[in-house]
Design a protein around this ligand. Structure first.
Ligand code: NAP
Length: 676
């Protein structure tokens, strides 16, 4: 079999392995399979190319343009995923492991593409939060904004997810507008390389936005500056070494770390044998031990069950694990493939030996297990191994030793406070799960353990059919954890994009804030349009364009008619004396919804025109009651525009209702879809 030459992609060129290249072996046969790395890689040229070519190209684009690019890339990868599957078997991964790594990575990219379009502007500045009132008269205001860092993101990834590991970092990075240099772990970098080739060959990425280092990084990290970011996934040991490098500290280079984690799962005291929760627990734990042969940062390493249920759970779990077929990951019946390398297998065995000093192995014998369709001695195979620790209070290893393979330890707890104490002994984890049908148990754990875990996953009979699994980090939710888990945070929707942007507090007048944020701020200049704004197309409307309506008097007959017509005969609108007893009303008042309806009647332009639909209202507040005889008039201002496609765009209007004394009666944002 010829050895694959795994290249790097540097400054627009593919660079084949050279001096210092490392050999990569097949997880299944242990035979040399590929080679990667080149000491002559010009890392400074890579950094320059990213900073001077990739960055400016990305920053030219709006968030929406970058989101569309992500969607196109994800679609392209989806169309070519079979090639990734074929190659990825060599890492020891099964087809269902591929669904997590390859499909999961592509899916993550789709989610960021969609969030970018829905939650970020079609512009260059992301507004973080609302305008802050810093002055009495509103002439001096505050607003937080985010703009892309002007450096490069260096992504260093672990071996276990060669595709997802790259894409979950790449998607928010590119969406932010920052170029990336990806350095996968050498053991599985050939899958990442193919994925990068697919993306580069698609022609969808501007030059310089994605580069790849297969093999060692050289001294790239020593050349980073204050506009750069390192996002690292791997062991705590490597993380410590890299994040404490003088250059990283001196230049305050952002360093996101995702590292070891002694994740846990708790079986609720209510979840006794015979309940759906007991079966669910056994299924989830067993899946977490065997998926990716346990090489998952979120895998369950510690299993906490009520003391009285230790033997029931051990028995049920052992029975389930006994059914797991281990072998050639290409074979359809194989449930668990190989670890990534024999080196990794050795590491897991050493860690398991450490666990064995405090816990007894109750299932799985690494000296005696069956492997189907592959050579057990040559490939990096291990059986699932379950340990039982009788003294979790005094034990140490079980709470701090991560055997990064199919290994987990079961422990008994007395009550929920005890379970919380034990689960927190991991000193920071990515995820802890609780399988319970008792909401009070869930609440107690959330309060007692939340601070120690990046994610808490609750599951029971109500949610189990649709639940996504203890071990699946989701692009919508934060992934990362405190303490041992690295203190980093990734994904979590737009939160993940922020890691690649600078948040800046902007202070100034409404006019200045409007210009920066491209969102009209009350107090900024109003623009008078040449015609009624509802007769103007999306592209013709300008931010700040304002319409003032004629006033309309609200009569008692109007209030009564509205009450009878809608059925809303609430006493505040119908009964003067009762309304007066209410602390908010001077007597009978108009319905808020009547005012909204009158407002629409005042500002709409009835003829068919560019306004296609009213899609909703946001932030509606009624400030002052309106009584019979009062009049209202409306001001309608274009606050923000968001293009949706070539046919139409969303217009967000700032609407105020004032009474005859110019007092604010109601305020809201109206959303319409307008023809382009
Ligand atoms: P690792 O040995 O720490 O390696 C991680 C990455 O760092 C690899 O790309 C590695 O490259 C690179 N690296 C090592 N030394 C370096 C150096 N001096 N300069 C620059 N880069 C360097 O970890 P691993 O064995 O690949 O992964 C297993 C660990 O990752 C486990 O502890 C697991 O818990 C953790 N993990 C955490 C998460 C999470 O999200 N929290 C996810 C997955 C895995 P080479 O391969 O070329 O050495």
């Amino acid at each position: 079999m010829s050895i694959l030459q795994i290249s790097s992609f540097a400054a627009g060129q593919w660079v084949t392995p050279g001096a210092g290249a490392r050999t990569i072996s097949s997880a299944i046969t242990g035979e040399p399979f590929a080679t990667a790395g080149n000491d002559a890689l010009d890392v400074q040229a890579m950094l320059d190319y990213a900073r001077n070519v990739g960055g400016p190209a990305l920053r030219e684009m709006t968030f929406h343009e970058r989101a569309k690019m992500l969607k196109a890339i994800a679609t392209h990868l989806g169309q070519n995923k079979r090639a990734l599957y074929d190659l990825s078997f060599e890492t020891g991964a099964t087809q269902s492991d591929h669904l997590i790594d390859i499909d999961g990575g592509i899916g993550t990219m789709f989610v960021f593409a969609s969030k970018g379009r829905r939650e970020m502007p079609d512009g260059h500045v992301y507004l973080d939060g609302d305008v802050e009132q810093l002055s009495r008269n509103g002439t001096f205001l505050g607003q937080h904004i985010c703009t892309p860092l002007q450096g490069v993101a260096v992504h260093i990834n672990a071996f276990n997810f060669p595709v997802w590991g790259m894409l979950e970092k790449l998607a928010p990075t590119l969406l932010a507008g920052v170029p990336a240099i990806v350095k996968p772990a050498t053991n599985s970098c050939y899958v990442t390389e193919l994925c990068v080739r697919l993306m580069i060959d698609s022609g969808l990425l501007p030059d310089g936005t994605l580069q790849l280092v297969s093999g060692g990084l050289g001294d790239m990290l020593d050349r980073l500056g204050m506009q750069d970011v390192v996002s690292f996934t791997g062991s705590a040991e490597t993380a410590l070494k890299l994040r404490s490098a003088p250059v990283i500290l001196e230049n305050s280079v952002r360093f996101v770390a995702e590292q070891d984690s002694l994740n846990a799962s708790i079986l609720g005291p209510d979840a006794v044998p015979g309940t759906p929760e007991f079966d669910l627990f056994v299924k989830e734990v067993s899946r977490e031990i065997t998926t990716k042969a346990g090489q998952k940062c979120t895998a369950i390493r510690r299993i906490f069950v009520p003391e009285t249920l230790v033997s029931d759970v051990t028995e049920a779990l052992s029975a389930r694990l006994a059914k797991v077929t281990i072998g050639d990951p290409r074979k359809e019946n194989t449930r668990m493939g190989a670890l990534v390398s024999n080196g990794q297998k050795q590491d897991v065995l050493e860690k398991a030996a450490l666990l064995a000093t405090e816990a007894k192995r109750v299932f799985g014998d690494p000296e005696n297990f069956e492997v189907v369709g592959a050579d057990k001695e040559q490939g990096a195979f291990l059986p699932p191994m379950l340990f039982h620790c009788e003294n979790p209070d005094t034990a140490k290893r079980v709470h701090d030793t991560e055997a990064f393979g199919p290994v987990s330890t079961i422990m008994g707890y007395r009550d929920i406070p005890h379970a919380i104490e034990l689960v927190n002994k991991g000193m920071g984890s990515l995820v802890a799960s609780v399988i319970t049908y008792d909401p009070e148990v869930a609440r107690e754990v959330a309060i007692g353990a939340g601070a120690y875990h990046g994610r808490l996953y609750f599951n029971n009979r109500d949610s189990m059919k649709e639940s996504t699994g203890h071990g699946s980090p989701l692009p919508h939710m934060v992934h990362g954890g405190p303490g041992r888990a690295g203190g980093g945070e990734e994904m979590g929707g737009v939160r993940g994009v922020m890691h690649y942007m600078q948040r800046t507090a902007i202070q100034g007048s409404p006019e200045i804030l409007t210009a920066i944020g491209q969102k009209w701020v009350p107090g900024a200049a109003e623009v008078k349009g040449s015609a009624h704004p509802f007769t103007r197309r999306y592209g013709e409307l300008s931010i700040g364009e304002t319409l003032y309506t004629e006033p309309r008097v609200v009569s008692l007959a109007d209030i009564e008619h509205f009450a009878e017509f809608t059925g809303d005969t609430f006493y505040a609108h119908m009964d003067d004396e009762a309304a007066e007893r209410n602390p908010f009303f001077p007597g009978r008042v108009a319905h808020g919804y009547l005012l909204l309806s009158f407002a629409a009647g005042l500002f709409v332009e009835p003829n068919e025109g560019p306004v296609l639909a009213n899609t909703g209202l946001d932030n509606l507040r009624f400030m002052k009651p309106v009584v019979a005889g009062d009049s209202i008039n409306v001001r309608l201002t274009v606050k923000k525009k968001t293009k949706r496609n070539d046919e139409y765009g969303e217009v967000r209007w700032h609407v105020t209702l004032t009474n005859q004394d110019s007092e604010l009666v109601a305020e809201y944002e109206l959303l319409t879809m307008n023809a382009y």
